[in-house]
Design a protein around this ligand. Structure first.
Ligand code: ADP
Length: 334
């Protein structure tokens, strides 16, 4: 149809927007968070007040941004989007807050990275819908209270543990996003393939789903890469064989681990004899930021049963050794 081909022509960069679920019903998986949120939203709607502030936590690509947009849509509210790192000065936040209209949703991505002065301003804003704007410097500085419209803050974080206590306490609800099952990812893929007009066969779909690290963003990305392969090297149909061959080209292994995942496991096993080793040391060994290893790689390696976090550091499980084609040591290292 016309809509489909219009979508099919969308460039890769805009594709994430195109593929975002718009309504709670389009949102695949996360049954717990969905049910919990439904209650929070519905009860606020009945009482005619903006709902409590919501914190969404979980690894990247699991749908936190999409969910925040859905929250706004369900509330029939406008959404303003910013991020922790963008709020370097309290003034940046004050400007954002004073522009909110009643009932708006303010989405702050990576909220654990917000700078201290902005964070302190946020406390008062979340609690009393008020900010204190400091005018002037030094002993002559005065603070002017400024009313802001009642709003709902939706914060997203890949590390809820990195949030300060006072900030965490001001959220009325925290939704923990979990990795998706292969079945749920298959559903995400089916929807995306329809929107993008990609002929996706059932076993090709299952193969991509299984190798997407439990993450919808990765599933959608692999779908596009497999589509590329199917169009260039085959007849455009995404079959099991095409999916397998394409994923091999893109360095996605049998378990869906990517290059960085494997580099981390390989360093852990080969350079540190399976650990325990601190995450900072491990990150240096693979030439990555600690936060990337910790927030992007590790959650999935832990979930896949390859890596364990112990008080003394990271250790490789026997499954990690075996995955790298090595024999695990007979004595566990921890
Ligand atoms: P996060 O904010 O957690 O990093 P996003 O909300 O940006 O994740 O999701 C990344 C992409 O993955 C979205 O553009 C969307 O296409 C897809 N996606 C995420 N969660 C879902 C879901 N539950 N159902 C369908 N698609 C999803």
């Amino acid at each position: 149809s016309e809509t489909l081909s219009a979508f099919a022509q969308t460039g890769d960069r805009d594709v994430e927007t195109t593929l975002r679920p718009r309504k709670l019903d389009d949102f695949v998986g996360q049954p717990r968070v969905r049910e919990q949120l439904q209650l929070v939203l519905e009860s606020a709607r009945r009482r005619g007040v903006p709902p409590d502030h919501v914190l969404l936590s979980g690894p990247p690509g699991l749908g936190k941004t999409s969910m925040s947009m859905i929250i706004a849509a369900e509330l029939d509210a406008a959404i303003r989007i910013t991020s922790g790192p963008a709020l370097e000065r309290a003034g940046d936040l004050a400007a954002m807050l004073s522009n909110l209209a009643e009932g708006d949703v303010l989405f702050i991505d990576e909220i654990h990275r917000i700078a201290r002065p902005a964070e302190e301003m946020l406390y008062l804003a979340m609690e009393d819908f008020r900010v204190d704007v400091v005018v002037g410097k030094g002993p002559g500085a005065t603070s002017i209270p400024l009313e802001i419209a009642p709003f709902t803050l939706v914060g997203a974080t890949t590390r809820s543990g990195a949030l300060t206590g006072p900030l965490r306490d001001r959220f009325g609800f925290t939704g923990h996003m979990e990795f998706y099952s292969a079945d749920e990812l298959a559903q995400v893929l089916r929807r995306s393939a329809t929107i993008l007009g990609i002929p996706l066969e059932a076993d090709g779909e299952a193969e991509i789903a299984r190798r997407s690290r439990g993450t919808p963003r990765i599933a959608n990305r692999l779908l596009r890469r497999v589509r590329d392969y199917a169009e260039v090297r085959s007849d455009g149909r995404v079959s099991l064989d095409v999916a397998r061959a394409a994923l091999e080209v893109y360095d996605v292994d049998e378990l869906g681990l990517d290059r960085l995942d494997r580099a981390v496991l390989s360093a852990l096993v080969k350079s540190f004899h399976g650990g325990p080793v601190g995450v900072a040391t491990l990150a240096v060994a693979v030439g990555e930021e600690s936060t990337t290893v910790e927030e992007v790689c590790e959650p999935y390696l832990v979930r896949a049963g390859m890596l364990a976090r112990t008080p003394r550091g990271r250790v490789a499980t026997p499954a990690a050794w075996e995955h790298l084609g090595l024999r695990p040591p007979t004595e566990v290292p921890w």
